[in-house]
Design a protein around this ligand. Structure first.
Ligand SMILES: Nc1ncnc2c1ncn2[C@@H]1O[C@H](COP(=O)(O)OP(=O)(O)O)[C@@H](O)[C@H]1O
Ligand SMILES: [Mg+2]
Length: 232
């Protein structure tokens, strides 16, 4: 589903260039649940933004569903971001003036879905995350965990194949963070590919595969996972 070949990303800083991602090779298959771990500043968000087609690599090739992303038109990329990928962020990114239900409806407005269908699907998505009773609440009337569940409902409402979550539990307490991860685990069981960036080993433990990034270099834990399997 996702194939990165020699992906590098650099930024000009004054007269120099900082290399944020260095020659990254990574394959993520359909229906995988992967965690990306690494210290602050190691390039996790940069990598997620490239995978989510929010940013371009400086060099290398990125294939999404067997097609070179640079081969898609702007319109196709916007469509992919809206329909095929769900995004979840550390700070929720909910619109404060909209209710929970209206926030969940947003991706469907962009997708051009009619109001009645939108309402129903948004209600279904809120129901899935256990927030049916909070549809009319504004984000500032919800707890952190509830906000993140609204964000998950928004991410899943167009039934994407892929969910990208950048430190989704970073602003939550441990118990609430685990509940959020349990939602991702359930979605993964239903076939959604999930990639979660996290600092916390306990959170990464929900994933089937842990990928470590350090100074823009990838250390894939695939082999570690396999050797662990042979040990147990
Ligand atoms: N627009 C930018 N311009 C220059 N440097 C950037 C930019 N965005 C990110 N960086 C640098 O890239 C490195 C990796 O950032 P990031 O991907 O956000 O790391 P992480 O998410 O792992 O904390 C950091 O050193 C950061 O300062
Ligand atoms: Mg980050």
């Amino acid at each position: 589903m996702i194939q990165l070949q020699s992906i590098s990303k650099s930024y000009p800083v004054g007269r120099n260039v900082t290399e944020v991602l260095k020659d990254i090779d990574l394959i993520i298959q359909q229906s995988e649940f992967a965690a990306i771990m690494g210290p602050s500043g190691s390039g996790k968000t940069t990598l997620m933004n490239i995978i989510g087609c929010l940013d371009h690599a400086t060099s290398g090739s990125y294939y999404l569903n067997e097609k070179l992303v640079t081969g898609y038109s702007e319109k196709e990329v916007a469509h992919i971001r809206n329909r095929d990928i769900g995004f979840v962020f550390q700070q929720f990114h909910l619109l404060p003036r909209l209710s929970a239900l209206q926030n969940v409806e947003l991706p469907m407005i962009y997708a051009g879905i009619r109001k009645k269908e939108r309402r129903q699907k948004a209600r279904d998505a809120l129901h899935q995350v256990g927030l049916s009773d909070y549809a009319v609440y504004a984000p500032n009337e919800l707890s952190g965990g509830q906000k993140q569940r609204v964000a998950i409902a928004r991410a899943i409402v167009n039934q994407p194949d892929l969910i990208l979550a950048d430190e989704p539990t970073g602003a939550l307490d441990t118990t609430t963070g685990k509940q959020v991860m349990a939602h991702f685990k359930q979605l993964n069981k239903e076939g959604t590919t999930i990639i979660v960036v996290t600092h916390e080993p306990g959170i990464a433990g929900y994933a089937d595969r842990v990928i470590t990034i350090q100074d823009g270099l990838l250390l894939d834990g695939n082999d570690i996972g396999r050797s662990r399997e042979t040990l147990t």
